[in-house]
Design a binder for this molecule. Structure first.
Ligand code: SF4
Length: 476
């Protein structure tokens, strides 16, 4: 579809280390340090702070020209010492950036050396845990950075010394491990559902407080909240793991299944009717309970709204873009609503993306033949939009220039949303979230076309100021 493939122009993904920050920031008392040049951490701090409207501290080993030539060993050790002195964290996530990977620093070895020098052991109860993740941006995107960081965290906290063997003390809990696309409001909604149905659960990573904190008098150095470390260590004793997202791999869930014998199952992000049904059905199956009446009523309300808005949404041509799993769930919902997704795209390189999207289109609307693209940049997306002529865009705020150029509306979903406030409060998951999204899409279309009020609206002239005689009529 794209006519230019000489270079990436305006990427439709974010840097791989940024994904690791999204995961690490959902863990109790954790600080992130990027091993690389300072600009990487500045850019990613700003990017996340503009989206979540929260201060986002990310340290940097600040590699200089000298470090680039002779290696970043000393810079990384100095960075770690500074982070420990200033933040006193329980965990430090060390993610590499392009420069550190290009010069070939052996980060795990440097960390081992640093711990020996500083007398830091491996006991999470008294020692600082340092977790390295390899995240060069020229390899993959924020999606894989998030997946790798979660995997590294789970491995670190659940691995047991050989002498302890693999004795399990079942805790009866359910692990919930979502993909990277959720907002703090989504996490709060999912936690409320789990609280109501499961009672005991472990949610990893929990960004509900860390990326959307209440105003405090004294700003803590590390935002309170996140998944407690003791709970992460307990994930290997859980009843089962439920992953949210079926396009991207869930390495943490796979590790728990293969190495800790915790059965795992992934379902799509619960956006829309069928995806939310699958989520609740899987919850009920794992926990051996019925779906509570409260959620059956919410489902009924969503269905009612879908019937109400069908006449406005049916056949509306849409383009949707963003992270693979978010796009999958949004596409499913649009198909259920009778919309016509003509262009479905992600900036991530993903072989499974096209397969999964084709499957769901075949299942719900086999008559449609949307253009499906992965690994695209915004330049290619622009070309594709010009060819497919959608009437609405659904995706992050970086698509606003395409929307403006074509004079079509954009419904902002996903990350980043930099040109509006409230991204951290956007709810899209569950029956309630789907209902809110449905209202947003419908009202955006109505605003753009004015079809809702047109048949009954009085002519604007009816409000024109009358003559003096008319105005005084009836006052005598
Ligand atoms: S692309 Fe690489 S060098 Fe550039 S900001 Fe991202 S991690 Fe840093």
């Amino acid at each position: 579809m794209t006519k230019r493939n000489y270079a990436t122009v305006n990427p439709c993904v974010m840097c791989q280390p940024m994904g690791s920050a999204l995961a690490f920031k959902g863990i109790e008392d954790t600080m992130v340090l990027y091993h690389g040049s300072q600009g990487c951490s500045t850019y990613m701090r700003l990017h996340l702070a503009h989206h979540f409207r929260e201060p986002v501290d990310i340290a940097s080993s600040s590699l200089s020209e000298k470090g680039a030539v002779y290696g970043g060993r000393e810079s990384l050790k100095k960075g770690l010492r500074n982070v420990i002195n200033r933040y006193n964290p329980k965990v430090i996530g060390v993610a590499t950036t392009c420069l550190a990977e290009t010069i070939g620093d052996d980060v795990p070895a440097i960390i081992r050396e640093f711990k020996e020098e500083e007398g830091i052991g491996e006991d999470p109860k008294k020692d600082i845990i340092i977790i390295p993740v390899s995240t060069p941006s020229y390899g993959e995107s924020h999606v894989s950075g998030y997946i790798k960081a979660l995997d590294a965290v789970v491995r670190k906290f659940t691995e047991k010394p050989e002498e302890e063997g693999s004795v399990k003390i079942p805790n009866g809990k359910l692990n919930l491990i979502p993909v990277e696309s959720l907002s703090p409001a989504d996490v709060r909604e999912l936690k409320e559902i789990l609280e109501f149905i499961a009672g005991d659960y472990i949610f990893l990573p929990d960004i509900s407080e860390t990326f959307d904190a209440p105003l405090r008098d004294n700003l803590p150095k590390i935002a309170p909240g996140g998944t407690p470390l003791s709970e992460i260590a307990d994930m290997s004793n859980s009843l089962a793991s439920l992953g949210l997202g079926i396009v991207s791999k869930n390495l943490a869930l796979e590790y728990l299944e293969n190495s800790c014998c915790v059965p795992g199952q992934s379902v799509p992000i619960p956006i829309g009717l069928s995806n939310t049904d699958r989520f609740f059905t899987e919850l009920a199956r794992v926990l051996g309970c019925a779906i509570p009446e409260k959620y059956q009523k919410e489902r009924g309300r969503l269905l009612d709204a879908m019937v109400d808005v069908h006449k406005y949404l049916y056949g509306v041509k849409a383009a949707v873009y963003g992270d693979p799993d978010l796009v999958f769930s949004l596409t499913t919902f649009m198909l259920e609503l009778g919309m016509k997704p003509v262009l479905i795209a992600t900036g991530s390189k993903s072989r499974d993306f096209g397969t999964k999207i084709r499957q769901i289109v075949e299942e719900i609307r086999p008559d449609l033949e949307p253009v499906i693209l992965d690994g695209i940049d915004f330049d290619s997306l622009n070309d594709a939009v010009n060819e497919c002529s959608p009437e609405i865009l659904i995706g992050n705020s970086n698509g606003k220039y395409i929307a403006k150029a074509r004079d079509i509306p954009l419904v902002r979903v996903g990350l980043p949303i930099h040109d509006r406030v409230g991204a951290q409060r956007i709810l899209t998951v569950g029956y309630r979230g789907s209902l809110e999204l449905l209202d947003r899409i419908t009202n955006t279309i109505l605003e753009a076309t004015d079809t809702f009020t047109a048949p009954v609206q009085a002519e604007p002239t009816a409000y024109a100021r009358g003559t003096e005689e008319e105005c005084t009529e009836g006052t005598q």
